[in-house]
Design a protein around this ligand. Structure first.
Ligand SMILES: Cc1ncc(COP(=O)(O)O)c(C=O)c1O
Length: 374
């Protein structure tokens, strides 16, 4: 059987990793500033993470949500504390798209309304509801076009106000920082205004922190830089360092009822053990602070680079929009200097490294960058 080829792949196969280093079978070494798309938060094969997963796999890997699972409660307590949302409730699922599906479903249940406001260039996942609020018709099949969804430009409060004052919206969904679009931030004023409009119109504010959350921007969630609180927050990618998991944090104003949400695999023992280990490592190694520190260094040295048209993002969620003459730079970083980086479109390099990245690794990357752009 052949694979159903939907991914454009490099002809490179990493077979093992340690922290921010990857190796192929022939021993060739690469430095990972992509983190498998913002997923590797505590470094590849962190000993505490490996130990926690191994220990749990030997004890009990899975049982369904029909029984008690104290690992889920432990994760909820730790995540509540780390995120600054200790009073919220946690629903666990398996991926980012699934977290957004559940967030929007909850908002609709809670308000009794059907419509959702989303932003131009947004990416929220590929399942039906999530792709319905994703502004990319190329990945939305006719089946997924959703008449209940409207899109307005990010950072345009007037356009938001015009929609929300109709009083028909269950939710507004906004990325902490738009990732797939090429790293575009909602401004602090915009988020404050959005919060206010949501309050005035009885609309729930859903923050999609799937890429921007979990400490990546130097605070636990990116929307917290604006000092706002969301009603529902979704996380996935960095939560369990590659073990599939997704989460929805839910305001106490939204009340649960049996059966309103559900999943077979969500919150299983292995996923919870992995996610707890990630939070323990983040706390012990001060990784949120490290993301802020290394991110500040990248900004300081790369925003003036002659290859960079615009430096966007915060902390370790970085978009480097290249001048047109440097469009092949990402391939050169990989094939000549052995640095993995991410992309957004043709001309934006995305840096989404593990939050464990050292200053030495960051400096080595900057050296390689300077050599290729001299
Ligand atoms: C902001 C955002 N939301 C949702 C998703 C979808 O997550 P998943 O691929 O785990 O379904 C992504 C994935 O890139 C994302 O960046």
């Amino acid at each position: 059987m052949d694979l159903f080829e939907v991914y454009k792949k490099w002809d490179i196969e990493p077979v093992c990793g340690k922290d921010t280093t990857l190796w192929t079978a022939d021993g060739t070494e690469y430095t990972d500033l992509y983190g498998g798309h913002a997923v590797i938060s505590v470094g590849h094969c962190h000993p505490h993470y490996v130990e926690a997963l191994t220990r749990q796999a030997k004890k009990l890997g899975f049982y369904s949500n029909a029984v008690k699972n104290s690992l889920q409660s432990k994760l909820a307590a730790k995540l509540g504390e780390a995120s600054g949302y200790p009073d919220y409730a946690l629903f666990l699922c398996n991926s980012g798209a699934e977290a957004n599906e559940n967030a929007l479903k909850l908002a609709s249940f809670a308000t009794g309304r059907a419509r959702v406001l989303a932003f131009c260039k947004a990416f929220h996942g590929r399942t039906s509801g999530a792709v319905g609020v994703t502004d990319n018709p190329r990945i939305r099949a006719p089946f997924n076009a959703n008449p209940n969804v409207s899109f307005v430009p990010l950072n345009n409060l007037e356009a938001v106000e015009k929609e929300l004052t109709q009083g028909t919206y269950a939710a507004v969904i906004v990325e902490g920082i738009q990732g797939v679009a090429g790293i575009y931030e909602p401004s602090d004023d915009f988020l404050l205004g959005l919060r206010d409009l949501c309050d005035k119109t009885g609309t729930l504010l859903v923050a999609d922190e799937i890429q921007s959350g979990y400490g990546r921007t130097g605070l636990f969630y990116a929307h917290q830089h604006a000092g706002v609180r969301a009603d529902i927050i979704t996380s996935a990618k960095g939560m369990a360092n590659g073990f599939p998991i997704g989460s929805v944090l839910i305001s106490p104003a939204v009340k649960p009822s049996y059966g309103m949400l559900g999943t077979t695999f969500g919150g299983n023992h292995l996923a919870c053990a992995a996610a707890i280990a990630v939070l323990e490592i983040m706390e012990a190694e001060h990784l949120v602070e490290n993301a802020a520190k290394v991110g500040a260094y990248f900004r300081e040295v790369l925003q003036g680079s002659k290859a960079v048209k615009e430096y966007r993002g915060r902390g370790l969620m970085i978009g480097l929009e290249l001048k047109s003459e440097y469009v092949g730079l990402r391939d050169r970083l990989l094939f000549e200097k052995h640095f993995f980086t991410g992309a957004a479109g043709e001309n934006v390099i995305r840096l989404l490294p593990s939050l464990t990245i050292s200053m030495e690794t960051a400096e080595a990357f900057v050296k390689a960058w300077k050599e290729l752009t001299a």
